[in-house]
Design a protein around this ligand. Structure first.
Ligand code: FAD
Ligand code: NAI
Length: 472
């Protein structure tokens, strides 16, 4: 295999591109098959980056309209230029995807343009509109990511009934937006359109938004979003979406009602409907069955502790395998796998993968929740500190939320940290580092934090685990 690649990665999302770059840095000859016109995958093209650009722009729009005057900044009533805001978002995508192209060139990684299919172990066929070629590879990595989960009976046209992809490019602000699914996408993109003027109703199957997050954080979060104008229909399922001459009628009923209906159904009027009930692994057209690569009952590629599938020389990472569908999880797996393939020891600590919801306030967490520890029978102490008692938060008038640290009752080792507040997504990194080093709440409490920062609330919450915070 003279001209064979050491590594061919299929998919140039965060998992795939990081794996490729790391492997090239470690001296491998690397090719990446990507069928999209731009590198960066879901994250850079239709996920993390565009959604954060719109969250940023819409938050400033909201602040200009409702908070600037309190600080003595009189700009009048801000006027929305949606086209320009969407162009601002597109620039963010472009800058980031071009950045990955630059990194590929810098690291001498070949972008094999087209759709990849594993035709045999060590052989990947790449097909685009101009034809097909087959490349040889000592190792193949499946990094094909995920796709939108469909709701039976609800057809997504990406115009009026949209997935997250369509919701990043709505041509006008809908008067009424019904969001199906109160998870991360629903609350982030719901926030964007709510700030721009939409009346947002979130229909969530479970009895709480963000299922799986710390219960206390969720309750506070839901209360805050309600104040911002969100309406929530929890424990409710959508049974159909019917197109009207103008807009849609969304039929809902209690989630617990029996198959024949039974519960008190109602219909909600909507100008647009966002379907965001989760994502599913994407492996269409990859040839997994023919190659003999096993998937689990949810379509995720099965891997062992070293990301190897059941077929020698074929590996998988990111959203295509089990675990949280997060860009940084995919990236860490990509790097770890590249290290393993070059004979080094790669490692991903799944216990310290943070999760952030980029709303206002932000919600961020790492490690275990109280609910999980209770069900695991682990004894713990909790320290909490509200931003109402934090000097910087008071100065900036962003006092919503708190920091909560959960530590093992016997050893004081930090088991989980949950933050709701402005900049929570940045602050959680401190907790992640502490946990990565096996730190205790006392370690955090004895660390010097710059004043005045929102982060001081992390130190105060740590002080509260076993003693008393200073500023309360
Ligand atoms: P992907 O990013 O999905 O990339 C897979 C790539 O493979 C795609 O480009 C696809 O075109 C390509 N591909 C698939 N099959 C083939 C084939 N056969 N041949 C060639 N190419 C192929 N995560 C966060 O951590 N933070 C966030 O803020 C965040 N925000 C998000 C917002 C939205 C709206 C969405 C939808 C997701 C968000 N995510 C976020 C999740 C994040 O985007 C994913 O977890 C991440 O992109 C997964 O990376 P990946 O490399 O596994 O796959
Ligand atoms: P999600 O899993 O976060 O939320 C889906 C929600 O829909 C859940 O609350 C679920 O109970 C609910 N649901 C499921 N079926 C339903 C039904 N029939 N009717 C009503 N509600 C229903 O999935 P989401 O928001 O689609 O996001 C997909 C993935 O993308 C997430 O797993 C997340 O990891 C990732 N993502 C991450 C972001 C971040 O890190 N900031 C931002 C956006 C997405």
């Amino acid at each position: 295999m003279a001209d064979a690649y050491d590594l061919v990665v299929i998919g140039a999302g965060p998992g795939g591109y990081e794996c490729a770059i790391k492997a090239a840095q470690l001296g491998m000859k690397v090719g990446v098959v990507e069928k999209r016109d731009a590198l960066g995958g879901t994250c850079l093209n239709i996920g993390c980056i565009p959604s954060k650009a719109l969250l940023h722009a819409s938050e400033l729009f909201e602040e200009a309209g409702h908070k600037f005057a309190d600080m003595g900044i009189n700009v009048g009533t801000p006027k929305l230029d949606l086209k320009k805001m969407l162009a601002f978002k597109d620039e963010a995508i472009d800058g980031n995807t071009k950045g990955i192209e630059f990194l590929f060139k810098k690291n001498k990684i070949d972008w094999l343009k087209g759709a990849g299919k594993i035709v045999a172990p060590g052989k990947v066929e790449v097909a685009d509109k101009d034809g097909k070629q087959t490349v040889e590879a000592k190792n193949i990595v499946i990094a094909t990511g995920s796709d939108v989960a469909k709701l039976p009976g609800v057809e997504i046209d990406e115009k009026g009934v949209v997935s997250s992809t369509g919701a990043l490019s709505l041509a006008k602000v809908p008067g009424k937006l019904v969001v199906i699914g109160g998870g991360v996408i629903g609350l982030e993109l719901g926030s964007v359109w709510s700030r721009l003027g939409a009346e947002v109703t979130v229909v969530e199957f479970m009895d709480a938004i963000l299922p799986g997050m710390d219960g206390e954080v969720c309750k506070t979060f839901q209360r805050t979003l309600k104040k911002q104008g969100f309406t929530f229909k929890l424990g409710t399922k959508v049974t159909g979406v019917a197109k009207q001459r103008s807009g849609y009628k969304v039929s809902v009923e209690p989630a617990k009602s029996d198959e024949k209906g039974g519960g008190d159904g109602e219909t909600l009027d909507a100008d647009a409907v966002l379907v965001c009930i989760g994502r599913v692994p994407y492996t269409d057209g990859l040839g997994l069955e023919d190659a003999g690569v096993e998937t689990d009952e949810r379509g995720r590629v099965k891997v062992d502790g070293r990301f190897k599938t059941n077929v020698d020389g074929i590996y998988a990472i990111g959203d295509a395998i089990a675990g949280p569908m997060l860009a940084h999880k995919a990236m860490d797996e990509g790097s770890a796998l590249a290290e393993m393939l070059s004979g080094k020891s790669g490692h991903v600590n799944y216990g310290t993968i943070p999760s952030v919801v980029y709303t206002a306030p932000e919600v961020a967490s790492v490690g275990k929740t109280e609910e999980q520890l209770k069900s695991d029978g682990v004894e713990y102490n909790v320290g909490k500190f509200p931003f109402t008692a934090n000097g910087r938060a008071k100065a900036n008038k962003v006092t919503d939320g708190f920091v909560k640290i959960i530590a093992d009752k016997k050893t004081d080792r930090v088991l989980g940290v949950h933050i709701i507040g402005a900049n929570a997504g940045e602050m959680i990194a401190e907790a992640v580092i502490a946990m990565e080093f096996g730190g205790s709440s006392e370690d955090i409490a004895r660390t010097c934090f710059a004043h005045p920062t929102m982060s001081e609330a992390v130190k105060e919450a740590a002080l509260a685990v076993t003693g008393s915070p200073i500023h309360m």
